[in-house]
Design a protein around this ligand. Structure first.
Ligand SMILES: Cc1cc2nc3c(=O)[nH]c(=O)nc-3n(C[C@H](O)[C@H](O)[C@H](O)COP(=O)(O)O)c2cc1C
Length: 191
């Protein structure tokens, strides 16, 4: 499985990058997984303003910045979107990045790792709908994290206590990635 981990925020001092690093470290330990972080901060996109909706525009010629983003996303078999909750939804920068997609994610599975005061659950529910509209396959499992800044360092290492908790975030993330790999294998086989 070629796995892309999308970092859903760009602001200075963001927490989301730490959590993406943790997802990457965990995925790297799985057999048959090739993993890459895709940081929206490396793909500065203007607000989407193309004259035609991308999925209904066979003549589409995206601007170079958009094409770079689309080409990167098209490379993967599966995705984890790491997102916080901003005003009860996903950050605008992440929604804008989705608005550029045409068929890059079609029939590929996508999972969500969310965080926020209540685990980012409201953002995660919105993101599931958005993933569906990208014609990707949002998997049922998701990981919602509250108060993670207390237990994770900048490199994405969990505290020993959090890592050892059988009902804690490490177990939940392991289950999520195992499910994602199952869906990825199933969908690749079907193709
Ligand atoms: C603009 C903004 C809006 C936010 N709105 C919410 C919210 O509605 N619900 C919530 O639980 N947390 C909210 N938060 C808290 C964020 O989820 C939390 O700060 C998280 O770490 C932000 O991710 P980031 O550090 O990668 O930017 C908000 C934070 C920001 C900056």
């Amino acid at each position: 499985m070629k796995l892309g981990i999308v970092v859903g925020t760009i602001r200075q001092g963001r927490q989301t990058l730490k959590q993406a690093n943790w997802v990457q470290k965990t995925a790297q330990q799985m057999e048959g997984v090739e993993v890459e972080i895709v940081d929206l901060a490396d793909y500065p996109l203007p607000f989407f303003a193309e004259p035609v909706s991308p999925r209904y525009n066979p003549e589409r010629k995206p601007e170079p910045a958009a094409q770079k983003w689309l080409d990167k996303i098209a490379e993967f078999d599966a995705y984890v979107f790491v997102t916080p909750e901003y005003n009860h939804s996903i950050p605008g920068v992440l929604k804008n990045a989705f608005d550029y997609f045409d068929w890059q994610m079609k029939r590929k599975p996508a999972a969500i790792v969310s965080h926020g005061t209540v685990g980012g659950a409201r953002a995660a529910m919105h993101l599931k709908e958005i993933i569906s509209e990208a014609r990707a396959v949002p998997i049922p499992e998701f990981v919602a994290l509250a108060h993670m800044s207390d237990v994770i360092d900048d490199d994405g290492n969990l505290s020993a206590e959090a890592a050892a908790n059988p009902y804690g975030p490490q177990t939940a993330l392991g289950n999520l990635l195992t499910e994602l790999q199952w869906y990825s294998n199933a969908l690749l086989t079907a193709k």
